[in-house]
Design a protein around this ligand. Sequence first.
Ligand code: 5GP
Ligand code: MG
Ligand code: MG
Length: 184
Amino acid sequence: MYEGDIASVLISEDEIRRRTVELAEEIAKRYPEGAPEGDLLLVGVLKGAIFFMTDFARALPIPTQMEFMAVSSYGSSTSSSGVVRILKDLDKDIAGRHVLIVEDIIDSGLTLSWLMRNLSSRNPASLEVVTLLRKPDAIKVDVNVANVGFDIPNEFVVGYGLDYAERYRDLPYIGTLEPSVYGG
Ligand code: 5GP
Ligand code: MG
Ligand code: MG
């Protein structure tokens, strides 16, 4: 698949699977198993987080409910400005709920810090983040991300939900692209 486009596999399917189970087991310990309205609410950020969200939810040994948001950050295609527009909002009120934002990748951290502020203003019982990937620049923005799958180098990656011009999301691993793909 996508023969000739992938320069290297950064994180294999197997590594993703193992780390997802580890994260899920650690995180589950911090939440009580309660009444249905007490279930942990996973908020997936479309579209990048979809594969991680579904695998993570199935690895969690506690009941969860799922909601999705889609946001778009203004700025160039390669760097975000921190000004965010909601393309799809949550369907439900999250007041009093234990909310865990499920993210694909934190790069500058600007999108996430906006999202954290937006969701906190809706008065959840708790608000945390789990992200599959994090890049070094993310540390410049003070957002409290307790749960990180992998810290990766400052390179553009695709696969397992992450796209380049909407392609490569369906790869089962995280990889880097050949420069020829960008027209290089
Ligand atoms: P931030 O506001 O943290 O800079 O932006 C994060 C968003 O930028 C991610 O949700 C993702 O959509 C996009 N992004 C950042 N780095 C990469 C990358 O290496 N590959 C891909 N495909 N998207 C990225
Ligand atoms: Mg994202
Ligand atoms: Mg994208």
